[in-house]
Design a binder for this molecule. Sequence first.
Ligand code: FES
Length: 243
Amino acid sequence: MANGSAQSAMTLRRDTWWVAPLITAVVLGSFGIYSTWRAFSNADFLYEPYLSPFYSPYILASWWPFSPALLILWAPLGFRATCYYYRKAYYRSFFLAPPACAVRPLAKEGSYTGESKLPFILQNIHRYFFYAATVILFFLWVDAFKALKFEDGFGVGVGTLVLFANAALLSLYSLSCHSFRHLIGGNLDVFSKCPTRFRLWGKASALNEHHMLWAWVSLFGVALADLYIFLLARGVITDVRLI
Ligand code: FES
């Protein structure tokens, strides 16, 4: 290829580089549509003793005329939207900026402003979303334990396991967060003076290596947990009581 056409080509890559951003766009887009519909629907989110994670904690306020999910979902949504991994994922798959390594971005050259101007400067408050999402996560664990309490006393249903799995996967996602890793290991000159923090930092770092995996698995987990309770509430499926 002549030098001029090489410079003007979108990419010289011959592999299927477009598959990953395409799959990401489809999956993230589908999750966005599903979760928006569920958040606004304000229905079929409770099937005793199970509460959908999209509505937890359930806040029933007389001054709020809209779906209660909207009062809380900003926290996990902001947490995911500002996540270091998801930023890479949606910058590539939705903004095509760039869609992959060694592929020309869609935007004009020189238009890139990084994350130093509005709205993307807001990505820098990721750690505050981490704090807010941790509060929500606490309530998801509370809901999982509440799912052990049936009308006739203690019990375990498939829904109980679903809610515990959801809380566990979201915890792995949060504990592998880059901000959390910095929170426990940052602002230290020497680790030898804080062996406990060093140990915790080591564990967080091990989880952090798989942050992308936890990001995806927990995304599917929370959507499936909501779907399970939705289907129960609609009478489409029946819960199986294990204990
Ligand atoms: S970096 Fe992904 S959740 Fe913090």
